[in-house]
Design a protein around this ligand. Structure first.
Ligand code: AMP
Length: 405
């Protein structure tokens, strides 16, 4: 789903574009509409799923489109750690770069100067305050923070906050807010204590569960780091290395499916394609042939990545890096189903390195990088931390890609 489908303001779309986001992640797809509709939300989602933008985007949109008092605090985001406060603050800065939204992170540590700066900003008011509980309470005690206009409360990483003993602090902060407000709770896990907190704070919340299933242990995962033009020769090489009985190759676009299938066929490899440009009966026939093992290699778009149960696929190839971690897990989950074993190999081009690193973050570990045989020539170097960063890096340039004319 593209971001313009949410009906966001153009200035917000510019911020999204400058952050390098194109499609909403699953948590964003599920969480943004109920928040825009004014509902409370409880979401099970962990770091790496795009949960930060899932709550920031609709809150920014609401602040842009609804009149509010700029000299008061309108939204409070409570988080467990300074690091998370800084990270959210940076994401917010990037996403709201072209809007007039003001924000401040209040997270303790530092010297008296920092406290004084926070005090000044809180006294003046800020649309969005991102805070750790202890520091916020220190400011609240001094009576200069105007909390009577708070309309949005976000509790991020709520399970971690409870683990760290912040329940009382959270309740103390919440008690300073008006009762009429929208509440959003994000938590990686949903133990009973979180349910209790949710029952106390949320009203009839929409529930979203983005439980990221980890890939099965039996799947051997590997990746080749290559230049785009090396991908097709290397796919052919991999397919020629071993007698695979059933191979599923995923591409992110119909165009790459068509191109790759043509190339494999020209190399006399038994491959067919499946994507949404085919007639329904053609799709069914190809799938039937693949399931019955009459067809050995199937090149597909993500229409085949979810839900379809095909037994005994021994190799899944990601011809390009999927859009997000969920897609990756669904794609490679097509192999090693039930009792069988399987291999999943991803081809990462130079410009896809950042996206793959995000997937590895979600998996909680790096995927083995396989050596590319010498005959393919030099390959790109591994870039550390090549995730795109937003914030003021968005620069002054206006991005209008999403704008509807
Ligand atoms: P989070 O789960 O909020 O910590 O986000 C994980 C990473 O994904 C961060 O580096 C975000 O900047 C990035 N991210 C969030 N949403 C998107 C999106 N729709 N497309 C691409 N990257 C995203």
């Amino acid at each position: 789903m593209h971001f313009y489908d949410f009906g966001f303001d153009d200035d917000l779309l510019d911020g999204i574009d400058s952050m390098g986001y194109e499609y909403a992640t699953p948590v964003q797809e599920q969480v943004i509409p109920p928040i825009l509709a004014g509902r409370d939300v409880i979401a099970a989602a962990q770091t790496g799923t795009g949960k930060t933008a899932a709550f920031l985007l609709p809150v920014i949109q609401k602040l842009i489109s609804e009149p509010h008092d700029k000299h008061k605090v309108n939204c409070v985001i409570i988080v467990p750690t300074r690091e998370l406060a800084v990270q959210i603050s940076q994401t917010l800065e990037g996403l709201s770069y072209y809007t007039a939204i003001s924000s401040i992170a209040v997270y303790g540590g530092g010297d008296g100067n920092l406290f004084a700066m926070e005090k000044k900003a809180l006294t003046k008011g800020a649309d969005i305050v991102i805070c750790t509980p202890g520091r916020m309470i220190a400011h609240l005690k001094m009576n200069y923070v105007q909390m009577d206009a708070v309309r949005y409360l976000v509790l991020d990483e709520a399970d971690r906050m409870l683990d760290m003993g912040f329940y009382e602090d959270i309740m103390q902060i919440v008690a300073t807010m008006p009762k009429q407000r929208q509440n959003l709770l994000f938590s990686a896990t949903m133990p009973p204590a979180i349910r209790k907190l949710a029952n106390t704070i949320l009203h009839n919340p929409a529930e979203v569960n983005i439980a990221v299933s980890k890939p099965a242990e039996k799947i051997k995962q590997g990746a080749y780091l290559v230049y785009d033009e090396q991908k097709i020769p290397l796919v052919k090489y991999v397919l020629g290395q071993k007698q695979f009985s059933s191979v599923l190759v995923f591409c992110s676009s119909k165009q790459s499916v068509k191109r790759l299938t043509g190339d494999l066929k020209r190399a006399k490899l038994p491959a067919e394609q499946i994507h949404s440009d085919l007639e329904q009966n053609e799709r069914e026939q190809v799938l039937l042939d693949f399931k019955s093992k009459k067809l050995k290699i199937l090149v597909a778009t993500d229409i085949l990545s979810r839900g379809i149960d095909i037994e005994d696929i021994d190799l899944v190839i990601n011809y390009d890096v999927p859009h997000d971690g969920e897609d990756y897990i669904h794609r490679i989950g097509r192999t090693a189903r039930a009792a069988s074993e399987g291999t999943a190999i991803t081809f990462i081009s130079d410009k896809e390195q950042g996206r793959f690193q995000k997937i590895e973050k979600l998996l909680g570990r790096p995927v083995d990088k396989l050596p590319v045989p010498e005959q393919f020539g030099p390959t790109p170097a591994i870039r550390e931390g090549s995730e795109r960063r937003g914030g003021s890096g968005g620069g002054k340039k206006r991005y209008n890609k999403f704008k509807r004319k």
